[in-house]
Ligand binder design. Structure first.
Ligand code: AR6
Length: 183
């Protein structure tokens, strides 16, 4: 576990399973249909039960880079924020901007709902093929920037699946912090 203070707020990196988090909200790496899939999405719907899918059906989809919210069903987290990251092609098709938007719009929804503690998976780095180190830089710089401007969010936790993902995010964080005057 790695923890960094950003003003009054905390950014954490942990290795683990997003479905087991006790934060008020967890973020789902969904697709635009919001009707479920594999990876994080499959795990969240399996653990949370059919209520989440029922709410997703009513929402009717979500464009890439945007976010929508449902309750958490049987999950420990009371809310699931569903966001859609970009499919990675070659990095020149707006992927970094869309990935940053997915993180930012998820956090905006949390702020609007008064949700203070949010757990994210590494969006787009599974089925959507985003290289992990590049995705980590976007994820961390975007969320740190948001935290700096929005102290109402008290905790952002990245829940990394496996040691390699955890290490990659750790390295990206160590490289980023000095450039922001943080440690
Ligand atoms: N907890 C935390 N991280 C996980 C977990 C878990 N339980 N399971 C996998 N990961 P992915 P994407 C990691 O494929 O790339 C779905 O079918 C995984 O190792 O879940 O945004 C959707 O419906 C990887 O690093 O999401 C979409 O169609 C990261 O989470 C599509 O996949 C994201 O992998 C979205 O693809």
């Amino acid at each position: 576990m790695r923890r960094v203070h950003i003003g009054p707020s905390v950014l954490e990196l942990v290795e683990g399973d997003i479905t087991q988090q006790d934060t008020e909200a967890i973020v789902n790496a969904a697709n635009s249909s919001l009707l479920g899939g594999g990876g994080v999405d499959g795990a969240i719907h399996r653990a949370g039960g059919p209520e989440i899918l029922e709410e997703c059906r009513k929402i009717g989809g979500c464009p890439t880079g945007e976010a929508r919210i449902t309750t958490g069903g049987r999950l420990r987290a009371g809310w699931v924020i569903h966001t859609v990251g970009p499919v990675y092609r070659d990095g020149t098709r707006g992927e970094p901007e869309l990935l940053a938007a997915a993180y930012r719009n998820s956090l905006r929804l949390a702020s609007e709902k008064g949700i203070k503690r949010v757990a994210f998976p590494s969006i787009s780095t599974g089925a959507y093929g985003y290289p992990m180190a590049e995705a980590a830089r976007v994820a961390l710089s975007t969320t740190i920037e948001y935290l700096t401007a929005h102290p109402e969010i008290t905790l952002i936790r990245f829940v990394l699946f496996g040691e390699s993902a955890f290490r990659t995010y750790g390295t990206a964080l160590e490289e980023l912090l000095p450039t922001l005057g943080l440690s």
